[in-house]
Design a binder for this molecule. Structure first.
Ligand code: DGJ
Length: 742
């Protein structure tokens, strides 16, 4: 791994065994992107990567020069207002109303390791030898403004982390109108645009469409990264598959409004960029002021989607997720939400907990409804004190009782919200987001607290702190159940209203920081009506996210498959719920519900007291199975085998680093009559090794499992026995492999 600067050619090369990233300083002092992709060896001639052509109608950089036009040059961090008419990475308004900036190269610095970004989540390294960072300094002489572009290359991954900052060292107040985390111009446009999009209950489904001239984008202006689009984009060749072909991707370490876009220009250059959504974004930069973007993680894969996902999984597991639970198996949860909704009391909770402890559950999570007068979702958010009608002996007593059953105790909060009927709304209406003299609209009967105001964050912290110090609470589910409308803060001047959304999310991060500092061992699970804020920014604070409110095993196939493009399975909250399923009414069998949920952070979302004896036996076995294999699930490599977006079957597997253990899940949505032979081909195994498959009671070579596959049709002696055949909709199979001596 290294960063090489060639001062004769004015080139900068970031390279490791997997990738190379190359750019240069142009004659006008701006930066030109030259190459990004598979690692290339340096022969001393990067000048020949520069491409130019005569463009008669273009604006030239130099008087009389019709060749050097920014319009058709691949840029590194393009600016607005010069000769480049594509979308810019940043835009600044001067006091005189002009938007033209001329940042020119002013130096560089190389450091071992990686910068922290003030107030923002970001990837990190514990050992400075794991990454190197190049910082390029650009200067606009007229305004005395400095632009810093940071590039970190990691030793072991095909990854470049990028972020930028701007510093106003001049005398006038500037207005930052747009500032992307990264922008990169790729030399052609023979790609398909792949993104993770959906809605509540069907988050992060995979979409793949051909690129066309113009702009294609995903984004959010809802105040959170959202159910609708994920802060991730991917360009793949038409021929790219799971294990072959090129894939260029960006993932944003941020939880607020974002934009990820691709612009194909007339010369077939594809400009990809990602960062804070410029819509409604304005940041006042007074003299001496600075602004830092969130970080974008660029992954290049020359071997398809799997290699890309593996890079994200490993990077996020080892260099983003922090704390006691990073890289470790998580406790098996039972959450009472779908079991009781708001209808519970201490006795009911303790009966559920007792039954759950007998099944082997390790953590009881008391969801919404434990505070204020919260018997419906119309009241009490923000009143973070115990509902004594439901829990007359308080949380201290409840947590002790649950701990005495051998389980940890966890609690639900929705820190960013309040209801009309709440203490905050009565005492501090100025702490609630809303535009003066206009209606504040409700979402799920609730309003959003103005987390851009530091005193609001401090107040919510003090309430949560009181609760957390009153009982042994070892887990928090942090929910967020509405988007932000009528965005406005009475803590900001008229000119600074464009800062609201970013300041709001900085407030959310601040509260997480304060809680983690005081309670470092609490396991946080983030949630936003299920998967409305499943993003890398959240993972920095909360090692797991409630993947979706849709808890049906069959629905979860697409959700978890799509989510796995970027996020490690250890970060996906994944529970078995009761049937008929509360979101889709489906009667998915209990084994299939668990066979899906094992590939995530496992738990239950039901009333364990309502189970039949046969279900109790089955759940005991499921929990024992999970305990035996969860280390593998938390730390192994995840492989997608069959896509739910392409057919009736889904399959995936996890293999440990030494290729000695693996678990495979195979799922079929609808049963078929007179079906074709079926087999599932595994991957990631050692060809010559012998693996024993517990469920088949047979041994196979790794090569047989990978190239012939496991045959899913019945064994020859079972073909005529219709009682044995597993003929049902929503069926699944689990295969547990262990390497054995020959
Ligand atoms: C939405 C979450 O996604 C659910 O799991 C549950 O916690 C409810 N909110 C509670 O109101």
């Amino acid at each position: 791994m290294g960063i090489y600067v060639n001062e004769n050619e004015n080139t900068f090369l970031l390279t490791n065994d997997e990738i190379s990233y190359l750019f240069r300083i142009m004659e006008n002092g701006q930066l030109e992107q030259l190459y990004y992709g598979k690692q290339i060896n340096y022969t001393g001639h990067f000048q020949r990567f520069v491409e130019r052509s005569y463009r008669s109608v273009s604006v030239g950089e130099f008087t009389g020069d019709l060749v050097t036009s920014l319009e058709s040059i691949k840029q590194e961090y393009p600016s607005f207002g010069g000769g480049d008419f594509r979308e810019a990475a940043f835009e600044v308004e001067l006091e005189n109303g002009s938007h033209v900036m001329e940042f020119k190269y002013a130096g560089y610095e190389i450091r071992a390791g990686k910068h922290k970004i003030p107030d923002l989540p970001a990837t990190f390294v514990n050992d400075p030898g794991d990454a190197s960072t190049l910082q390029i300094k650009m200067k606009d002489d007229l305004t005395q403004t400095e632009l810093l572009l940071n590039y970190t290359i990691f030793e072991k991954y095909p990854v470049i982390a990028r972020a930028a900052s701007i510093h106003n060292d001049g005398g006038q107040t500037l207005m930052l109108k747009r500032m992307m985390s990264a922008s990169c111009d790729l030399p052609d446009c023979d790609y398909e645009f792949v993104h993770l999009s959906g809605a509540w209950g069907r988050e992060r489904h995979l979409y793949r469409t051909p690129l066309r001239p113009g702009i294609q984008a995903v984004g959010s202006t809802r105040g959170s990264s959202s159910h609708i689009h994920n802060p991730f984009l991917l360009l793949a060749r038409k021929t790219t598959t799971e294990h072959t072909g090129e894939a260029y991707s960006m993932s944003l370490v941020y939880s607020g409004n974002f934009l990820g876009q691709v612009e194909v220009d007339p010369y077939r250059i594809s400009r990809i960029m990602m960062g804070i959504h410029p819509s409604k974004f304005n940041w006042v930069l007074p003299p001496g002021g600075a602004f830092h973007t969130p970080e974008a993680i660029l992954v290049y894969s020359d071997q398809g989607f799997h290699k890309m996902s593996q890079a994200y999984h490993r990077l996020y597991n080892h260099h983003l997720i922090r704390g006691k639970y990073a890289g470790r198996e998580r406790p098996i949860v039972i959450n009472n939400w779908e079991g009781t909704y708001f209808d519970f009391n201490e006795e009911k909770i303790l009966t559920m907990a007792e039954q759950a402890s007998k099944l082997g559950v390790e953590l009881f999570v008391l969801d919404d409804g434990w505070f204020g007068k919260r018997n419906t979702d119309t009241t009490s958010l923000g009143d973070w004190f115990v509902n004594e009608e439901k829990l007359p002996n308080g949380l201290g007593h409840l947590s002790k009782k649950i701990n005495a059953l051998g389980m940890k105790f966890g609690l639900w909060f929705e820190p960013e919200m309040t209801n009309g009927d709440s203490h905050i709304m009565r005492e501090h209406p100025e702490w609630v987001v809303g535009t003066p003299h206009r209606q504040r609209k409700q979402g799920r009967h609730q309003y959003v607290l103005d987390f851009s105001q530091p005193e609001v964050v401090d107040y919510v912290f003090s309430l949560m702190d009181q609760i957390l110090s009153s009982a042994n609470i070892e887990y928090i589910k942090w929910d967020m159940n509405r988007c932000i409308s009528e965005a406005y803060s009475c803590g900001l001047s008229a000119k600074a209203q464009g800062e609201f959304f970013h300041r709001y999310i900085l407030g959310v991060y601040k509260l997480y920081d304060k809680l983690i500092q005081k309670y470092p061992d609490i396991l946080f699970e983030s949630c936003a009506s299920g998967g409305g804020r499943f993003d890398p920014g959240m993972l920095y604070y909360a090692p797991q996210t409630w993947t979706s409110d849709d808890s049906d095993g069959i629905e979860r196939l697409k959700i978890q498959y799509g989510t796995s493009y970027v996020y490690p399975i250890s970060s996906m909250g994944s529970h078995v719920s009761s049937i008929p399923n509360h979101q889709v009414g489906r009667m998915t069998p209990l084994d299939t519900r668990a066979n899906v949920a094992y590939f995530g952070t496992f738990g239950y979302e039901l009333d364990p007291c309502a189970l039949e004896q046969q279900e109790i036996e089955q759940i005991r076995k499921q929990i024992a199975y999970c305990k035996k294999h969860r280390r593998l699930m938390a730390t192994g490599d995840f492989y997608r085998l069959l896509s739910p977006f392409e057919g009736n079957e889904t399959a995936w597997m996890v293999v440990d680093e030494k290729k000695e253990k693996a678990v495979v899940g195979w799922y079929q949505v609808l049963s078929e009559p007179n079906e074709a032979y079926k087999r599932v081909k595994l991957t990631g195994l050692e060809e010559a090794a012998i693996y024993y498959i517990e469920e088949l009671d047979s041994a196979y070579s790794g090569s047989e499992l990978m190239y012939m596959g496991i045959t899913l049709t019945p064994k020859i002696n079972e073909v005529m026995d219709f009682n044995i055949l597993d003929k049902r909709d929503f069926s699944s199979k689990l295969f547990t492999l262990v390497k054995i001596d020959r």
